[in-house]
Design a protein around this ligand. Structure first.
Ligand code: AMP
Length: 215
């Protein structure tokens, strides 16, 4: 399966990518997760990305494309397929991805746009907590962990993303509308787009995605 998940921050892309991995073995490639790992490891790329991420802005196309191209070209991705979460976020990135996949002879199956209103995004992100190790996502009100600050799944510490602050969230929504909404239209024109209602429960969204890919 070769999928892209598009949607505003907090719509549930990461949750769906994790479900697709655990149930179907598809490799999740999340640009945001990869950037955060680079920041944690204090690499040159991490230091560069941090400046943009902290302000809710996009990391420049050149370094982002290079970073993702390296991962997409890996053998395990060729073998098991992928679910891209957070990439491509600009038309330039979408064009670059097309070149990489053409070269590998791996066409996309579907591009899933998960859609919700801004108010839903704001309330979800305001309480979002993530696991530092396995990436499981919690919410302080809607889905609290059993023990405060500890992941139910792997017992690692939980954290709140530095870019999940109110002003940064608004900037990320603006950036999404300006740069990433056109990417959705780009794939619609190519006949690859499937729209899913992100207000539904994660299980329902998952079933809709799988049914769309199989259709
Ligand atoms: P995410 O975890 O997908 O919400 O991404 C967190 C942040 O990482 C974004 O707000 C951007 O600053 C940066 N980022 C992630 N993916 C991309 C991308 N494809 N292009 C540029 N910046 C990105």
């Amino acid at each position: 399966m070769r999928l892209i998940l598009i949607g505003p921050p907090g719509v549930g892309k990461g949750t769906q990518a994790a479900l697709l991995e655990s149930r179907l073995g598809v490799k999740p490639l999340s640009s945001g997760v990869i950037f955060r790992a680079e920041i944690e490891a204090e690499t040159d790329l991490g230091r560069l990305a941090k400046r943009y991420i902290e302000h809710g802005e996009l990391v420049p196309n050149g370094v982002t494309i290079e970073m993702m191209a390296k991962r997409i070209r890996r053998d395990e991705v060729r073998k098991h397929g992928f679910v891209l979460d957070g990439f491509p976020r600009t038309i330039r990135q979408a064009e670059a991805l097309e070149e990489i996949l053409d070269e590998m002879g791996m066409p996309l199956d579907k591009v899933v746009s998960i859609e919700v209103d801004d108010e839903v995004v704001l309330s979800r992100l305001a309480g979002r907590i993530g696991c530092t190790k396995c990436g499981e996502i919690y919410h302080s009100v809607n889905k609290p962990p059993k023990r405060e600050g500890i992941c139910d799944k792997c017992n690692s510490p939980l954290f709140v993303r530095t870019d999940d602050q109110p002003e940064t969230i608004l900037e990320r929504l603006r950036v999404f509308r300006e740069n990433t909404a056109p990417v959705r239209d780009y794939y619609r024109e190519k006949g690859l787009l499937q729209v899913v209602d992100g207000r539904h429960e994660p299980e329902e969204v998952y079933q809709e995605i799988v049914a769309g890919v199989e259709a």
